[in-house]
Ligand binder design. Structure first.
Ligand code: BES
Ligand code: ZN
Length: 379
């Protein structure tokens, strides 16, 4: 029995690998076996993609989430630095805050009308699905925006990070200067969207205004203000838009695992996934699972010092977004979220995830938190 099941897994694995580069009919995509980790403590299992997505969709309908990580094809992580990468860790416990002066002039530069325009532009794409031309186009648009904001800056690089599907991730970096320039501080969010009433359909309407044009627009504003204010970081600052989150954290896993396997010193990662829907009023909710408790505590201190908006905590209960990819790869991540799980935006993953449901004053707390995070940790 044991032999047979191992054999079946091997065949499934090899055939899914062999098919990975062939454009497939939509239905075949759903029956393809994938290695799925629900991130709830149970062991990863092989199942058809359709079954994993169905589970996730059903959970959302019931007012809870049921995410999963698609581990298919991911190389094993380097054992030598598993499970913790201590030397990547910043000591955060009694780290003093040093950027009050910079932030007192930079925080007022945050302009939420720009954030609104970005959400408008992103959500006017038919969708940003990871296997559609619309999704690939949206990634290029984000890269062009990053480039446009950094004209005349030789310390800025913008990269389209290619994967095995159409949509690339986008990474913009502002190079650090001095002895800490090889240490990286990341702020990221996923740039893809999905309409869960029709998995795999490249032409379904999925505006994804909250999920997650809001997070992308918020981190683009942080980038804009950092450049506009002439800030020069000691550590390298990376702004990431991940592809393929909605189908199992695919883009962020590719990136986090590649960084881990090349021993990149990522010292902190903030995930912005949904920043505009004030389901539980104007407060920031820190997810406490699949994150670093130290970095979360540090971010709460930033809330009290610079953002001055109420915060609380909740749990996703599973690997609900890209922070989990970084955590799994051994890095410290934090996930500030727009609402509690029970009060979150029920319109996500549908045609109704529209900008009209968003409150940009609410989102501004995340922009302030993101800017404080990047400025403080870059020094
Ligand atoms: N933005 C959501 C995550 C989310 C939704 C967190 C609601 C908290 C409340 C994300 O884009 C998403 O949809 N994640 C999937 C899991 C993913 C691994 C397929 C989910 O929650 O089902
Ligand atoms: Zn989603």
């Amino acid at each position: 029995m044991k032999f047979i099941s191992v054999f079946a897994i091997a065949v499934a694995f090899l055939s899914s690998q062999a098919q990975a580069h062939i454009a497939q009919p939509e239905a075949a995509e759903l029956t393809q076996l994938r290695l799925i980790d629900r991130g709830d403590g149970s062991a990863p299992r092989w199942m058809p993609l359709g079954q994993a997505l169905e589970y996730s969709q059903k959970s959302h309908g019931e007012g809870r989430c049921g995410g999963f990580m698609d581990l298919t094809g991911q190389k094993p992580l380097l054992e030598s630095i598993s499970p913790k990468v201590e030397y990547f860790r910043l000591s955060l416990e009694d780290r003093p805050l040093t950027q009050a002066e910079y932030l007192s002039s930079a925080l007022p530069l945050i302009d939420m009308s720009r954030v609104r325009s970005t959400v408008e532009a992103l959500s006017s794409n038919k969708n940003r699905y990871y296997k559609s031309t619309h999704g690939a186009k949206a990634a290029s648009w984000i890269a062009d925006q990053f480039k446009g904001m950094a004209r005349n800056r030789a310390d800025v690089t913008v990269e389209l990070y290619k994967h095995s599907w159409e949509q690339p991730s986008v990474i913009a970096t502002i190079a650090g200067q001095g002895p800490h320039k090889n240490e990286i501080v990341v702020i990221g969010g996923h740039l893809d969207s999905i309409n869960q009433s029709g998995f795999g359909n490249r032409e379904m309407v999925a505006p994804g205004a909250d999920d997650n044009a809001s997070g992308i627009a918020t981190l683009m504003e942080v980038y804009q203000v950092i450049l506009q204010s002439g800030f020069r970081p000691d550590r390298t600052l990376a702004f990431m838009g991940y592809a393929g989150e909605e189908v199992g954290l695919l883009g962020s896993q590719d990136i986090a695992n590649a960084y881990r396997n090349t021993k990149k010193s990522v010292v902190a990662v903030m995930q912005l996934d949904m920043t505009g829907f004030p389901g539980a009023g104007n407060q920031v909710v820190f997810m406490t699972d699949n994150v670093s408790p130290e970095l979360t505590k540090f971010s709460q201190k930033l809330m009290d010092t610079y953002v001055k908006v109420r915060w609380s905590t909740d749990r996703c209960g599973y690997a609900c977004s890209d922070h989990a990819s970084w955590t799994r790869a051994g890095y410290a991540s934090v996930m500030p979220f727009e609402a509690t799980m029970s009060t979150d935006n029920k319109a996500i993953h549908s045609t109704q995830d529209l900008i009209s449901k968003l409150d940009f004053n609410h989102a501004s707390a995340f922009a302030r938190l993101g800017l404080s995070f990047m400025a403080e940790l870059s020094k």
